[in-house]
Write a protein that binds this ligand. Sequence first.
Ligand code: ATP
Ligand code: MG
Length: 302
Amino acid sequence: MNNPYNIKGPYNPNPPKKKEEKKKRTILDLDEKQLTNVDKIIAIASGKGGVGKSTVAVNLAITLARMGYKVGLADADVYGPSVPKMTGTEGQMPGVEIYDAQGNLVEDYGQYVEDCTEIILPIEKFGVKWMSIGYFAKPEQALIWRGPMACNALKQMILQVKWGELDFLLVDLPPGTGDIHISLVHDIPLDGAIIVSTPQAVALSDVEKGVNLFRNENINKHIYGIIENMSWFTPAELPQNRYYIFGKDGCKAMAEKYNLPLLGQVPLVQGIREGGDEGNPAALLDGPLFDAMKAAALQLLK
Ligand SMILES: Nc1ncnc2c1ncn2[C@@H]1O[C@H](COP(=O)(O)OP(=O)(O)OP(=O)(O)O)[C@@H](O)[C@H]1O
Ligand SMILES: [Mg+2]
């Protein structure tokens, strides 16, 4: 058949199909491959802020490592990460491995690789693998995210990290029961959660929110129990005295109400605060925090 408009070449009734456009990889394509050899993923949560989640998470991780377990900790507080400071790893930059579309490690970083995957290497210190968005931001930089971006950052901190073989991956959550928490329970194969609270009434009312979040019928995640923090204060010069500054046994009563184990009680100790500020977590040494964390760990292992 003649083509009256044949200007550039003969008319082809079956023109070659346009090369199908390659679907661009997005962060949403992250899968659970890096978690294949992780045995238990446990979130450390609380309804209320400032009750000691990060302190408990960091020190529980160190205690489990001291007990001989392989441990990682993902800092899911993408708004206010505290793990780098608490572990003295601030300013360190995690390495990256690049894999091609076939899953082969790309050794030559100068080479252009189409459709590659980047895997972040965790920072290792105190026998624990740490990952935090804080390693990618300046300490004074405010982390301002829209909800979906924050959820993606959280996913990257867990799914895009080369965890290798772990007995425990702890996830330190930001306070509250918002977007991040819902994203976590939907996107990450969580085994369960530990709830941290102080014994005071105002913190306990938030424990109920935390319990209800994980026990919500659409979420339905196991709660390992409650860790009571700042249970009493003992001054160094009066080691036998206990002052119940935030009330006594509040979490014990809450644990009974919800039929949950009380995993441990951590006293308010100046050394715990100093250890956190100085990047030398108190559980590195024997003492009240290590004892409380060990007791909690033994219950987790039951
Ligand atoms: N048992 C304790 N004894 C002394 N100080 C403590 C204890 N637990 C936590 N702290 C201190 O209290 C402050 C708050 O603790 P932490 O950052 O762990 O709380 P958080 O629940 O993670 O807070 P956020 O909700 O902001 O994430 C820190 O300065 C920490 O060092
Ligand atoms: Mg915290």
